[in-house]
Design a protein around this ligand. Sequence first.
Ligand code: TYM
Length: 338
Amino acid sequence: MRIVSGIQPTGQLHLGNYLGAIRNWVRMQDEAAAAGGECLFFLADLHAISMPHVPAELTASTRAMTAALVACGIDPDCSTLFNQARVPAHAELQWLLNGTARMGWLNRMTQWKDKAGKNRESASAALFTYPVLQAADVLLYQATHVPVGEDQKQHLELARDIAQKFNNDFASEDRPVFTLPEPIIPPGAARIMSLRDGSAKMSKSDPSDMSRINLTDDADTMMQKVKKARTDPEVLPSEAAGLEGRAEARNLVGIYATLADTSVDAVLGQFAGQGFGAFKPALGELLVEKLAPITARFVALKDDQAALDAILDKGAAKARALAKPTLDTTYQALGLCR
Ligand code: TYM
């Protein structure tokens, strides 16, 4: 069991990241420790340069996101925690895989279409080849499991396609170069939606801060954001089927169920017949109860630059050693002499 996943250090860690991915990272870290498996978690700072960015902000948010992950429960003594830029093998393997990835595959990526929009001609080449770097991130370590939210599923399918084609083209059947990674998507929280629009995912890049709960928001801000979340005038139904066509209501009930580690039907059993005037304060309180300890740990860690850099240095040294055998085999398989 080798678990690998990453997060871009742009903007703030929000509830979508936490429920969709990071909470699963922490659970899998604990399971892997018990089963003798290994976990690698990284800040995807190389991915972050695919969009316009301010260099000093990237440095600061790489450290801040490190503090946030540790605050959420990633233990740097147990998991390998690092940023891509400290491990050049990620960029090297991306180049080696660029020979295998097909333009047609990359053209079909919905993230590319969404982020490039109508302005493809002026989008960066990095935005187009972004999924090849993501494939390199996981294939480099022979990842078996990759915990992510649903929006990353397509990128992981591409990573599998690249691995498969590379193995077919350059390896013998009994000695494949790459392991095919399995995405692990949490069933209840695969896609946490914006608080302002139930059809858009909660995202760091949404210009409205009211659309997301940041893990650094204080209790009052969280309560305010939940109270102002868009809803409808109907009362809550008694079963999940009654949320059909009510995207905002479904999102809030889903968040409650995930935070409380229970089912949507169980939450509706408790709140059926009540309006959002009753439900929203309960959700706000649950959010504060679950997130306040994380926020407190984050605040205690975030300004200790030296400690955060030491975590990343130590993780990167481990990651470089783990990456080396696969990188060497890939060069060799391609007939590249070094
Ligand atoms: P990123 O930084 O956008 O998000 C980090 C993780 O959070 C999940 N996520 C969500 N889950 C549910 N609901 C949401 N609203 C929501 N928003 C974000 C994402 O699915 C992700 O798991 N390309 C990746 C980073 C990456 C990566 C990798 C991930 C780079 N290399 C290799 C896995 C393996 C990204 O931009 O995630």
